[in-house]
Ligand binder design. Structure first.
Ligand SMILES: [Zn+2]
Length: 459
């Protein structure tokens, strides 16, 4: 089929009879984004090396943290030993304190009992005092009666003296008291016997009461002695209690001393705990960083391996038709030009590229004509319109190439490709009536005649 033939057929109704080699293409506007170049092998290798260095550094830090944790744990163990030893002492002394307190309580009970005994003894003394007082009152009463009787006797003696009895003068002169007078002199015979008996009885009663009083006095002395003994006992108990309390105070001080000591040890222990926790936190952070870095390294490693694989593939391929800077975008035997660049009367306008449409081209490899970055890799399209599935590669210096109507794309936007890399498969998507490659070369956004850049293969 030829261009002349295509020009003759304008109606859509007859376009269906066009053979696979009859090719027409649409040309959408030139608005494609620019994307930065991907990492080169060297960049990827540097990434890996940097990651290795970082991992090594992190592993060193993790190991250092381990050493730090071990050292702190060792110190912590030392203080833990101190704490348990001291706690044992505290428990022991506390037991002694409790025993001492028990003794003090017991002593307190003894003192209370002794005080009750003292109170009872005092009651006895009070009772005796009362008895002494009563006896004294009785004695006083008897002495009063006796005095009255003596007065009566004196009156009688006086009367005898007045009558002139000689005996009485001598009696009076040799007597020391009136009682002796009555007892010794004969005058007693003349005194009423009843009265004398009464007086004798009184004197006897007084003497008896005096004896009773003496006995009571002795009893009181004895009771006072008993009470004093009780007081002494109580004082001894109080002294013992004081001694116990002093001993307990000493033990309390020991407990306080050991508790203070242990507070200090706990302070140290907690400090080491905090340091260990801090080191563990840091270590966890290093581990996390290491994990991230390892993932980055793995990613870079895979990318590098892919780069190397691609490079090896390119090196193996020697069928690339290379006229220097630009390569033929297909295997060399695909070189039937069905539409050239420039004005096309059938289309009624300019054709922006060249159409290559050999028979059997469907699915054939499409190669990057020059190295660069994929800036368009469009897989969605409207059937019957525009480029269909297509790729645009940016080569720098304002140059781009376009590969349209593909049946499959092997590259993604942002991917860097080298000249001769397989980027897509020939198809008939978009505005196309049969399998062909629509190939464009653009300079600063203006479509150029591709044959100014690529050479038509002759094989
Ligand atoms: Zn075309």
């Amino acid at each position: 089929m030829t261009k002349k033939r295509i020009n003759k057929i304008r109606s859509a109704a007859v376009s269906a009879i066009l053979s696979a080699a009859v090719i027409i293409s649409g040309q959408p506007p030139l608005t494609e984004p620019l994307i930065s170049y991907a990492d080169t092998q060297a960049d990827l290798q540097k990434k890996i090396d940097d990651a290795d260095a970082k991992i090594k550094e992190l592993e060193k830090k993790i190991k250092e943290a381990d050493s730090g944790i071990a050292a702190n744990a060792e110190q912590q163990n030392i203080y833990w030993d101190y704490i348990t030893t001291t706690q044992t002492k505290i428990d022991l002394v506390n037991e002694k304190v409790a025993a001492k307190q028990e003794e003090i309580n017991q002593k307190e009970n003894e003192i209370t009992l002794k005080e009750a005994e003292i109170d009872a003894a005092q009651l006895l003394i009070d009772d005796t005092d009362k008895k002494i007082h009563d006896t004294e009152l009785q004695i006083s009463d008897l002495e009063t009666q006796n005095a009255l009787n003596l007065d009566k006797c004196c009156s009688m003696i006086h009367a005898m003296y007045i009558t002139g009895s000689d005996d009485y003068l001598s009696i009076l002169a040799g007597s020391s008291d009136f009682y002796d007078i009555f007892v010794r002199s004969e005058v007693t015979e003349s005194i009423n016997q009843q009265n004398l008996d009464f007086m004798n009885q009184l004197l006897s009663d007084i003497h008896k009461l005096e004896d009773v009083k003496d006995d009571l006095g002795k009893t009181k002395d004895k009771q006072k002695q008993d009470k004093q003994k009780l007081e002494d006992d109580k004082n001894a108990l109080v002294k013992q209690r004081t001694d116990l309390e002093d001993a307990k105070t000493e033990l309390d001080e020991q407990v306080k001393y050991y508790n203070d000591l242990n507070s200090g040890y706990w302070g140290k222990y907690n400090t080491y705990s905090a340091q260990i926790q801090d080191l563990k936190d840091r270590q966890a952070n290093y581990q996390q960083q290491k994990k991230i870095t390892q993932a980055d390294r793995e990613k870079a490693q895979k990318e590098l391996e892919e780069e190397i694989r691609q490079a090896e593939l390119r090196a193996k391929r020697n069928t690339v038709y290379d006229t220097g800077e630009w390569a033929w975008p297909l295997d060399l035997h695909f070189h039937l030009i069905t539409t050239y660049f420039g004005y096309d009367s059938w289309r009624g306008g300019n054709h922006g590229g060249i159409d290559i449409g050999n028979s059997g081209i469907m699915g054939a490899n499409i190669y990057a004509s020059k190295g660069g970055e994929v800036i368009v890799a469009k897989t969605t399209y409207v059937p019957g319109k525009d480029y269909g599935m297509y790729v645009v590669i940016d080569h720098g210096n304002g140059y781009q190439t376009l590969y349209a109507h593909c049946s499959a794309l092997y590259v993604k936007v942002g991917q860097e490709v080298n000249k001769g890399d397989c980027i897509a498969a020939v198809g008939s998507t978009g505005w196309s009536t049969g399998a062909h490659l629509h190939f464009e070369v653009r300079k600063d956004g203006v479509r150029q005649d591709p044959f100014n850049y690529v050479k038509l293969p002759t094989v």
